[in-house]
Design a protein around this ligand. Structure first.
Ligand code: NAD
Ligand code: UDP
Length: 342
């Protein structure tokens, strides 16, 4: 397995020798969740995937059933849940992550973060399970400092279109903290920075998938504002590795941990790299900058390096090439299907 070769480390060897676990992944049919389920199955665990299929897809997880150790349950995490049998670990990834998707129904997004976290924390309490929250760099809002360490308390607008997501995720961190403090639950908080890779949905709306699909279909690349805002892009394999290391970390590591790639690019630079990697002759077009769009974002990953011996290893160009190949195949497949129908 490629990432095991790249990350020869104590947590991974600990994982492979541990007893067979039952691991629940909420949001497991989504982009990140489906990669996580795959890695957990490869590690030898039984995986239960909960998802309401709001932004996820059965196509992302269809191949996992072959293992005989994968169960899918369609469920909205805002509803209480009951799971029979033991559960050793819970990953809470259930929440739309793309701004246009999470802003479509802000009340449901808010409920997903808060009631979803409560329901999963209650389940962890009942089962004595470890639980990890997929939090986000959005808890830093539009940051005034760069890079952002975990100690930075953020600059979030509570009454803007991003607030349903940012404030929901901030509140979820508080719930994780209190369940740890009040009930001794083994909680973990990953603050995930922009992550990309295969299995993002072509209509997801985030910048990497938008630019690649636009470049491959010969459409203009939609650069919001002047494209001077920055992001740091982490390849999915690196991120999943970080999540698993955090879950396996010592019990007393309850503070939030940034997971992301510190390489920082303007959105315009990203567009130009995508054009170069795809060989596309698409042009760049400037559209309005969305309200409250963060001007800069770059993780300080000193804590992840120190506590998890983790840092990303996939360079942007390499990760983009894997992602471009994925979207190329998806687009060719849907063109073939359309041709057969007409
Ligand atoms: P995604 O939209 O592909 O996946 C989210 C999954 O959660 C989907 O399968 C969706 O159907 C499911 N879901 C949404 N609401 C639900 C609900 N109420 N009940 C059950 N399932 C629900 O997004 P992703 O990029 O895979 O993100 C996964 C998690 O990681 C999210 O919690 C997101 O906030 C967090 N995160 C991701 C990034 C990133 O760059 N990818 C960055 C920061 C945080
Ligand atoms: N963006 C863009 N064109 C797009 C989609 C996004 O220029 O088609 C910009 C967006 O304004 C933001 C950055 O790219 O500055 C990252 O956007 P994304 O939605 O991927 O994630 P965010 O970090 O904003 O949650």
């Amino acid at each position: 397995m490629r990432s095991e070769r790249r990350f020869g480390h104590k947590f991974l060897s600990g994982l492979s020798s541990s007893a067979r676990k039952t691991i629940l992944v909420a949001g497991g049919a989504g982009f990140l969740g489906s990669h996580l389920c795959e890695r957990l199955l490869k590690q030898g665990s039984d995986v239960v995937c909960l998802d309401n299929l709001l932004t996820g897809s059965l196509d992302n997880i269809a191949h996992l059933s072959q293992t005989g150790r994968f169960t899918f349950r369609q469920h909205d995490v805002i509803e209480p849940l009951r799971i029979d049998g033991p559960v050793d670990e819970i990953y809470n990834l259930a929440c739309p992550a793309s701004p246009p998707k999470y802003q479509k129904d802000p009340f449901h997004t808010f409920q997903t973060s808060i009631m979803g976290a409560m329901n999963l924390l209650e389940l962890a309490k009942a089962k004595g399970a470890r639980i990890l929250q997929a939090s986000t760099s959005e808890v830093y809002g539009d940051p005034e400092i760069s890079p952002q360490p975990e100690s930075y308390r953020g600059c979030v607008n509570t009454v803007g279109p991003r607030a349903c997501y940012d404030e929901g995720k901030r509140a979820a961190e508080t719930l994780f903290y209190e369940y740890g403090r009040q009930f001794g639950l083994n909680t973990k908080i990953a603050r995930i920075f922009n992550t990309y890779g295969p299995r993002m949905s072509p209509d997801d709306g985030r910048v990497v998938s938008n630019f690649i699909v636009q470049a491959l279909t010969g459409r203009d690349l939609t650069v919001y504002g002047k494209g001077e805002q920055t992001r740091s892009f982490c390849y999915v394999d690196d991120l999943v590795e970080g999540l698993m290391r955090l879950m396996a970390s010592p019990d007393d590591l309850r503070d939030p941990v940034n997971l992301g790639n510190p390489g920082e690019f303007t959105v315009r630079e990203l567009a130009e790299i995508v054009l170069a990697r795809t060989g596309s002759r698409s042009r760049l077009v400037n559209l309005d900058l969305p309200v409250d769009d963060p001007r800069q974002r770059r993780p300080d990953i000193a804590r992840a390096k120190r506590e998890l011996s983790w840092s990303p290893v996939v360079p942007l160009e390499e990760g983009l090439d894997h992602t471009i190949a994925y979207f190329d195949a998806v687009l060719r497949n849907s063109a073939r299907k359309e041709a057969m129908v007409s």
